[in-house]
Design a protein around this ligand. Structure first.
Ligand code: DC
Length: 485
């Protein structure tokens, strides 16, 4: 079977391009995003909340997805009704992203997608086709474009359909969805190593289509040209160079396995020793660029975050005094540490931080720069590095806050806030806006302090009670507004 898999973030033009590629090759086109949208529509129609797993799961039994041909195009039906227009409503995009985080929904749809791909020549587009649905597909593409360009395209598309939305709102929604899609636990959006990446920001539709068709052609030629003797000599070459490399690297590998082992053990011990309850863990970015910030009371703060949140993809900025000893420095490196010399422009550290962000790694920075030795709730003044990195890398900032000082076996609480972007500063000279941007970040952290206080003190640490509290608060606010108060 011919299976062409195309993944990428929302608004990169996947569906338009995939449709043309399928038509050119005379095969079927399957829009897997439409399936998630159909599930979201069903959930909304049933009056349920698309982000609550317990609400959504039972409804899957009543979801029947089928297709009808209209003007030579497959259109999607939900329980027998053609919903291909309805699912394109702007708010459904957000709900689709919510339901797509639920593993039961993914398993349900992935099963359907795999069955279709097994029996049909098909171009599929989505978020997890190359990585999860069809990891062995012969033709794999990752289609992307700058978020501002994607938002512009979506805005124009919706405007043409007469839907009233602002560009700023669409851009915020695009970024929100990227964040959701890249950071969900199950089958997140990512570029696999064997996918061919196309950045369509400055390309026309036809150029992108041609690039895909040429690549398909190239892959076909390659696989038919390789005769057996070629393959054997390649295998020999590979064997030779691998054995050389093994010899050269043996020492290095031994060395790095040793520290890797220690780092894994340290992660485990740290996780076991510090009993910190983490609220809104979902806001934590695992697979996308983000500057993660946190207040700082104790040397144990990074340990909790490294062991419970950061994972192996994340980085943590630490002062270079910590890594003076070479053993500690090696372990810290394996734990994602980037050491920075304070009080001077440490070019290497800056390069490492921006490099990590550009490789879609979250980087943890303590913006106070030092520990709050008074253990007070007030934050110390922020250093300006966070603003600089977030603006330079156009990365979201994810604020986190400890309720109090962390200690061994001492119960503590940590709240992860919603990500925010400093996009109002992106086009300005960094030196002109650093102060203002730092103030924005500081205000966000103070807001989070108020929230964690409410959660711990008024709601006794119960997330359920806190969510109820917030709901009542917004109801009150609405009532006040409508009373003219
Ligand atoms: O491509 P789209 O905007 O129509 O997709 C709607 C949502 O569905 C999107 O937020 C991510 C999700 N999705 C997914 O998680 N996996 C896919 N294979 C396709 C879409």
């Amino acid at each position: 079977m011919i299976n062409i898999a195309i993944d990428g973030p929302s608004g990169a033009g996947k569906s338009t391009i995939a449709k043309i590629v399928a038509k050119t090759l005379g095969i079927t086109y399957l829009d897997t995003g439409a399936m998630y949208r159909a599930v979201a529509l069903h959930v909304i129609n049933c009056g349920k909340n698309p982000s609550i797993e317990e609400d959504v799961k039972p409804l899957l039994n009543d979801v029947n997805i089928s297709y009808i041909k209209v003007n030579d195009e497959n259109q999607i039906c939900l329980n027998g009704n053609n919903v291909s227009e309805d699912i394109r409503r702007h708010e459904i995009s957000k709900y689709a992203s919510e339901v797509s985080k639920i593993p039961a929904v993914r398993l349900f749809l992935v099963d359907m997608q795999r069955k279709i791909a097994q029996s049909t020549d098909v171009v599929l587009d989505g978020r997890d086709i190359t990585s999860y649905v069809l990891p062995d597909a012969k033709y794999k593409f990752y289609l992307t474009a700058k978020d501002t360009e994607r938002a512009k395209r979506r805005f124009e598309e919706l405007k043409a359909k007469g839907q009233e939305v602002s560009y700023e709102q669409i851009l915020a929604d695009v970024r929100d969805r990227d964040f959701n899609d890249m950071n969900r636990d199950f089958a997140p959006l990512k570029k696999t190593d064997d996918s061919f990446e196309i950045d369509s920001t400055d390309m026309s539709l036809q150029q992108v289509v041609d690039t895909i068709l040429n690549k398909v052609d190239e892959i076909n030629k390659k696989s038919s040209l390789k005769d057996k003797t070629q393959q054997i000599s390649q295998v020999k070459d590979i064997n030779n160079s691998v054995s050389k490399q093994i010899k050269n690297n043996r020492k290095k590998v031994k060395h790095s396995w040793f520290y890797k082992g220690i780092a894994n053990f340290a992660r485990w011990v740290m996780g076991a020793l510090w009993v910190t309850r983490i609220y809104f863990k979902d806001n934590f970015p695992k697979n996308s660029k983000a500057v993660v910030i946190c207040n700082h009371y104790s040397a144990l703060d990074p340990c909790v975050i490294i062991s419970k949140l950061l994972g192996k993809n994340g980085k943590v900025v630490m002062k270079n005094e910590v890594t003076q000893n070479s053993f500690v420095a090696n372990v810290a490196k394996e734990l994602g540490g980037i050491s920075v010399k304070r009080g001077e422009a440490d070019v290497n550290a800056v390069k490492s931080i921006l490099g990590a962000l550009n490789k879609n790694q979250p980087v943890l920075i303590f913006p106070e720069g030092t520990r709050n030795k008074q253990n007070s709730k007030e934050l110390l003044p922020f250093k300006q590095g966070v603003a600089t990195f977030a603006i330079k890398a156009k990365a979201p900032i994810v604020p986190m806050l400890y309720y109090k000082k962390t200690g061994i076996f001492k119960r503590n609480k940590l709240m992860v806030g919603a990500p925010f972007w400093l996009d109002e500063f992106y086009d300005k000279k960094i030196g002109d806006v650093r102060d203002e941007a730092t103030q924005v970040i500081f205000d966000k952290m103070q807001e989070l302090r108020r929230e964690i206080d409410i959660l711990v003190e008024e709601c006794k640490g119960s997330k359920k009670r806190y969510l109820r509290y917030k709901k009542n608060q917004s109801k009150e606010l609405c009532a006040n507004v409508s009373d003219g108060r």
